[in-house]
Design a protein around this ligand. Structure first.
Ligand code: MAN
Ligand code: CA
Length: 170
């Protein structure tokens, strides 16, 4: 009997703990080495080049993922941030159709790529072997996504989820 009540109270205690916390996003300064652009935190690799897989691993080592652009606005925010002299640079994103050929998704969250993020005429799967998606920065010419060969050695951008603060309310 006593054992049964102890179990019930332990359960209730645990449940009340679960309800008594608050999660607040930390909106504010950059979190080194990530920079805040729009609502996201990004690491833009402008020196080291890697194929898509190596780039993904490099981001994972930082607790991040290759970048995903769920909306055209996120791509525009990145476009406004990158210095004009970096025009024609290309950066790996998490976009890929490696799972289902012809169906490009952001690998970090499985969302399909929106139609308006693609460079005109892309994805064209040139040579029948373009499975990984890269951001092409064209300075004043705009920024858009192209499908490229995954083993192409390129720069990359990592993205971390919004840092959050968890506090218990006693
Ligand atoms: C051109 C286009 C692209 C293709 C690249 C490969 O820019 O055909 O679609 O991905 O070449 O280098
Ligand atoms: Ca292409």
């Amino acid at each position: 009997m006593l054992l049964r009540y102890t179990g019930v109270f332990a359960c209730l205690g645990f449940l009340s703990l679960c309800w008594a916390y608050k999660v607040t996003p930390i909106i504010g300064d950059d979190v080194y080495p990530f920079v805040k652009i729009g609502n996201g935190y990004y690491y833009i690799e402008n020196n080291k080049r890697a194929n898509w897989y190596q780039a993904y691993i490099a981001c994972r080592k930082m607790g991040a993922e290759l970048v995903s652009f769920e909306t055209r606005e996120e791509l525009d925010a990145m476009d406004a941030y990158i210095p004009i002299e970096y025009s024609l640079r290309q950066y790996w994103t998490s976009g890929t159709d490696l799972a289902v050929k012809g169906m490009h998704v952001w690998f970090s969250n499985a969302e399909p790529l929106a139609d308006d993020v693609w460079y005109p005429g892309e994805p064209n799967d040139a040579g029948g072997n373009e499975r990984c998606d890269i951001l092409i920065y064209k300075g004043t010419g705009g920024t858009a996504i192209n499908d490229r060969q995954c083993d192409s050695v390129e720069l990359y951008i990592c993205e971390v989820p919004l840092p959050k603060e968890v506090s218990f309310i006693w």
